[in-house]
Design a protein around this ligand. Structure first.
Ligand SMILES: NC(=O)c1ccc[n+]([C@@H]2O[C@H](COP(=O)([O-])OP(=O)(O)OC[C@H]3O[C@@H](n4cnc5c(N)ncnc54)[C@H](OP(=O)(O)O)[C@@H]3O)[C@@H](O)[C@H]2O)c1
Length: 238
């Protein structure tokens, strides 16, 4: 199926790190013409170097409507746009300052909404976003993420109708071993990963490439739209 991506243009917003980086790397290996986008130019250039080959990079801040509009105004339409970018703070509702809660929604939900408003995508192409299993399986202390991911999944289903024939899909992972967790010390991070893996029915947490492969299948499959794929090691069952 990924051979459908050969020669297609694929934009990965969030491509300098984690799930986005793995997605960009796998799309490149499948023969796609990949553009990496995120805020930090240096990290983008390093990511492009690590992947190797001719890759375009673009700076964009999903919190800024003009920045998102400029990204698409200054590019030819893409075949596939994949959004993995976000920066969120997680804390119980009563502990998290309201401005931090707003900033989290601004980044992850409104960021994708802005992409949906501005993205130029060729017919037969697709738009995908990463949500998260908390939408299906709330956990105390993470209500804000429950709400952001649920809102994204609702938006995905609505957009699948509004933007048709462009296909719109979401992928919902539980814990994935990415740089997102680098705020923890190495010891705390490894302890968290091990404890979480043990608690999941699959016995493992996700690797970025697990999620990347599913994101690219959603892009490559002409049959996939309005879909929310849960790929979470069984986390939403416990
Ligand atoms: N990792 C997990 O355990 C996990 C679990 C469930 C869901 N998710 C979701 O999966 C998605 C990807 O996570 P990840 O682990 O791959 O994260 P990550 O490693 O922290 O990567 C985030 C990427 O987004 C970019 N970014 C952040 N804010 C941006 C903005 N305002 N505008 C443009 N680019 C921005 C970052 O680059 P710059 O900072 O340079 O902009 C980076 O390239 C996120 O939406 C996350 O909520 C992750």
């Amino acid at each position: 199926m990924l051979k459908n991506l050969n020669d297609k243009s694929v934009l990965v917003i969030g491509g300098s790190s984690g799930i986005g980086f793995a997605t960009a790397q796998m799309a490149h290996e499948a023969g796609a013409k990949v553009t990496l986008a995120a805020r930090d130019a240096r990290r983008l250039a390093e990511a492009a170097d690590r992947i190797g080959g001719p890759l375009a990079t673009r700076e964009v801040d999903l919190r800024d409507d003009a920045s998102v509009a400029a990204l698409f105004d200054q590019s030819a339409p893409f075949d596939h746009v994949i959004v993995t970018a976000s920066q969120v703070k997680i804390a119980p509702v009563r502990d998290l300052p309201l401005e931090d809660a707003f900033a989290s929604f601004e980044s992850k939900f409104w960021g994708f909404y802005r992409v949906a408003r501005h993205a130029a995508i060729r017919e037969g192409g697709s738009l995908s976003v990463v949500s998260g299993y908390l939408a299906n399986r709330p956990v105390a202390g993470r209500s804000l993420m429950v709400a952001i991911n649920a809102a994204l999944e609702g938006l995905t289903r609505g957009l699948a109708l509004e933007l048709a024939p462009v296909r719109v899909n979401a992928l919902s992972p539980a814990m994935v071993q990415t740089e997102m967790w680098n705020g923890l010390s190495e010891a705390d991070r490894q302890a968290l990963f091990a404890k979480t893996a043990e608690s999941y029915p699959a016995g493992v947490i996700g690797r970025p490439e697990d999620v990347a492969a599913q994101l690219l299948l959603l892009a490559a499959s002409p049959y996939a739209t309005g879909t929310v794929v849960m790929l979470d090691g069984g986390a939403s069952l416990i």
